[in-house]
Design a protein. Sequence first.
Length: 116
Amino acid sequence: QVQLVESGGGLVQPGGSLRLSCAASGISFTINFMGWYRQAPGKERELVAHIGGSGFTNYAESVKGRFTISRDIAKNTVDLQMDSLKPEETAVYYCNVFNHVAGNYWGQGTQVIVSS
């Protein structure tokens, strides 16, 4: 059974940094993409960033230059370094694993609060 365990959320002041980590277990297929999504209250879940096996990365326009995604393929882990955080980025952040055949798998989410 696939399990995604996230860590690293919390409370941070505007302009501060957080690092999210996710470890996937029970994987029996090739992971095409690992990434992070977020969902703010009253809003739809949106892609923050994802990374492919080749190292290809894709970021939401709003986080480019501030967030950095990295992945350890051997360990099935993905990290998201978030710098210069803004209050509007308060949300639940979800780890995601995607395979073209198996589909999407999600973590339970980790809360990020950006507030003074």
